[in-house]
Design a protein around this ligand. Structure first.
Ligand code: 9MR
Length: 606
């Protein structure tokens, strides 16, 4: 026998050793009535789902194997949507047990969605986090940011300014207007789309007047953003120390902080966010809404008069740059949002773009604005077409490989936020068409982030069978508590390797050649793959929050073709007779059976 021709699998098969299959799953669980998919690697034969009593309740033949260029793996998809009884299951492949932690439940993402939002509270600067709210992650106040001096780069600034509150950007303690822009916008849009749901939802944070928790949290950052506007309307770029501090708690970082730089990108980002805030806060606090709108208009006017004032990192400053020499997209975003709020035709936005939103490219948000305000924009239909064209591409990508829209080019710094933002994009497509294929693929991106990925881990701290234990996040590193602060999405795998080096604080090379989706390290050294940031948590908070809202019976406020919120099928069907019909009436879904209407819990409606 010519052994040279015999491949490794054949040798192993001949010797009776078989490959161990891996089943990648959403480790938080799957929704009882929803779409369910796992990814299988090196499996052969059927996949069996075994309940607690040892009974095989479902057996599925996997799809044909296909390569995913994100990880270089040839994998199969397994659709087990038919499994519709809540519980914990064992997965067997070809008769062999591969995992025991598959969960099916009714309100699957309830806890994780609240934790993702609560994390913004843990990021609050200038205040102590009391045990009552923060539990074992309680801490003293840091960074009062009162009487902050201007760096020479902050043109026009003189004396000092009080600039308290706001969220720390990431694992560092800086506060940056550009990144606050997209993060705050994303959370505001979550409220704007599901106001009735978020008016009631609470996650144990300090009250702010009569504001719902989501708006109380967002206002903590808006209040800070407002302090960063100069008298002439322009926005200072950031408030940070000159160098990043060491691994200390907020109250131990006593280095001098400065107001640094002024930029047109920060100014337009601020204008867009304040324009949305003016709409959203109107019904709770008209004075604040007016203040936000005036600030937005003033910022926009400054931007128009100063189109080339870009941020340039001064020589003595080493904190994050968020620099970007193209403000077209920021201007477009601000114009679109100001137009929605004021209907003033002088705020002109152009086109509709299909780039996934990120801090440096806000153009996709213009597409969201237009497609979701068909009553305001004359080109809303074109925006919807662009949005659906990109969404169709994502659905296609997600139909093979790992079941996600991402391809290898999507793995750059903060890749997990790319996945989350694609999920948000797909939800817009669902709102606009009521087509389940978009919803199912949005769920797939959440599945990816919560465990159905080549690292076989949930990327959200505190959630899943395996999740990051050593994120690059100063409070989590310095607080002496084993578990990191919960509810944080880490940046995720990417092959840039910016944190790799020879110094003791740098990482050893963790990149996997040909597998960007495996180039990840759960180590504090890895700020390029394992840091956390507000612009990464906000899209996953939107994704999980919107999915929960839809499944609690709420439809998005702007649904164009009357998208029907997904019913919590199980309790409803039990409560009413055998032939209930799902109905949709403005923002609410109800069940109609024999001429009688019931709410989603099966209670008779008057
Ligand atoms: O998210 C930012 C990423 O897009 C950039 O490539 C990277 C390098 O400039 O910076 C990231 O943002 C960091 C910011 O500059 C400072 N706070 C931590 C942010 C997350 O790593």
């Amino acid at each position: 026998m010519n052994t040279k021709r015999i491949t490794l699998p054949v040798i192993l098969a001949l010797s009776g050793v078989s490959f161990a299959a891996t089943a990648y799953i959403n480790q938080i669980g799957y929704r009882t009535g929803g779409f369910k998919e796992l990814t299988l690697f090196e499996g052969s034969g059927n996949v069996d789902f075994v309940d607690q009593s040892g009974q095989t309740v479902l057996s599925v033949t996997p799809s044909a194997a296909a390569n995913w260029d994100g990880s270089g793996q040839s994998v199969q998809l397994v659709d087990f949507s038919e499994l519709k009884t809540p519980g914990t299951y064992t997965i067997k492949v070809n008769g062999q047990e591969v995992r025991k932690d598959l969960k099916i439940a009714d309100n699957t993402y309830g806890e994780v969605s609240k934790a993702l939002l609560k994390w913004f509270y843990y990021q609050r600067a200038s205040m102590a986090l009391d045990e009552q709210y923060a539990g074992k992650w309680k801490r003293s106040a840091g960074h009062p940011d009162m009487g902050v001096a201007f760096h020479s780069s902050a043109t026009g600034g003189s004396g000092t300014v009080d600039s308290p509150k706001g969220w720390y950007d990431a694992g560092d303690y800086g506060k940056y207007i550009v990144n606050s822009g997209i993060s705050t916008y994303t959370l505001l849009s979550l409220y704007e789309h599901f106001p009735a749901y978020f008016d009631k939802l609470k996650w144990n944070i300090p009250a702010d007047g009569n504001l719902p928790d989501l708006l109380a949290e967002i206002k903590y950052n808006l209040d800070w953003m407002l302090t960063m506007q100069a008298a002439d309307g322009g926005l200072y770029h950031k408030l940070t120390t000159l160098q990043f501090c060491g691994t200390v708690m907020p109250n131990e970082d006593v280095d001098t902080r400065y107001i640094i730089g002024k930029s047109v990108t920060a100014t337009y980002d601020f204008a867009g966010v304040m324009a949305v805030a003016a709409r959203v806060y109107e019904k709770f606090d008209a004075t604040f809404a007016t203040k936000a709108l005036e600030a937005a208009k003033k910022a926009y006017a400054w931007g128009e008069a100063n189109p080339n004032v870009f941020y340039k990192q001064p020589h003595d400053v080493a904190t994050g740059t968020y620099s970007d020499n193209n403000a077209k997209d920021e201007k477009n975003f601000a114009a679109a949002e100001l137009y929605v709020t004021t209907k003033d035709a002088s705020y002109k936005s152009e086109g509709a773009f299909t780039t996934i939103p990120g801090w440096a490219d806000m153009s996709g948000l213009v597409t969201y604005s237009k497609a979701s305000h068909s009553d305001v924009f004359s080109d809303a239909a074109a925006a919807k077409d662009s949005l659906l064209a990109a969404a169709d591409r994502y659905v296609k990508n997600a139909s093979t490989g790992f079941g996600v829209p991402m391809t290898k080019g999507d793995f750059y710094w903060g890749s997990n936020s790319v996945a989350a933002n694609m999920g948000v994009w797909l939800l817009y497509a669902y709102y606009l068409t009521a087509d389940k294929k978009y919803y199912n693929s949005a769920v797939r991106t959440l599945d990816y982030l919560l465990g159905k990925n080549p690292m076989d881990m949930s990327y959200v701290t505190g959630f899943g069978s395996k999740s990051p234990m050593h994120p690059h996040h100063r409070p989590s590193q310095a607080d002496g508590i084993n578990e990191p602060v919960p509810g944080m999405l880490v940046g995720g795998p990417q092959p840039g390797g910016e944190d790799i080096g020879k110094n003791e604080w740098e990482c050893k090379d963790y990149r996997v050649n040909g597998a960007p989706a495996k180039s990840y390290l759960d180590d504090e050294c890895s700020y390029a793959s394992n840091e956390v940031a507000i612009n990464w948590n906000s899209p996953i908070a939107y994704l999980a929050g919107a999915i929960e809202a839809l499944n609690s019976g709420f439809a998005p406020s702007f649904a164009v073709n009357g998208v029907v919120a997904l019913p919590k099928v199980r309790p409803v069907l039990k409560a009413v007779d055998g032939s209930p019909k799902l109905r949709f009436d403005s923002h609410k879904v109800f069940i109609e059976s024999n001429g009688i209407r019931y709410d989603l819990k099966g209670k008779k409606l008057k």
